[in-house]
Unconditional design. Structure first.
Length: 109
């Protein structure tokens, strides 16, 4: 509502995510300090007013990493993504679904 009132709703992308998951008793653990799926998987919700209505509200199994966020922000701003960045822009995933050449696995240590 505040974005609508300020006239910024059509020019603002909203992102909700977290930096880690919690075990909540799974596997006998509490906290966030392991590499089990419960610790690694976090929500990533993106509301982009430019995305077509038929793409809104979709869920994807595309693997996204926190290091994809800077590349995504630069891509949205039409700024060249430096080659040294390891992350990939999430723009194609958000706009039209997972590309066929999207990553199939990730490495965590």
């Amino acid at each position: 509502e505040a974005l609508d009132e300020a006239g910024m709703a059509e020019n603002t992308i909203i992102i909700y995510t977290a930096d880690n998951g919690y075990h909540m008793g799974n596997r006998g653990f509490a906290g966030k300090w392991s590499h089990y799926e419960e610790s690694l998987r976090v929500p990533l919700i993106v509301m982009d007013p430019r995305v077509s209505q038929d793409q809104r509200g979709k869920v994807t199994d595309a693997l996204a990493l926190n290091l994809d966020l800077p590349s995504t922000f630069l891509d949205w701003a039409n700024i060249e993504i430096p080659e040294r960045y390891q992350g990939k822009s999430l723009r194609p995933v958000i706009q039209s679904g997972k590309p066929s050449d999207w990553r199939k696995d990730t490495f965590h240590e």
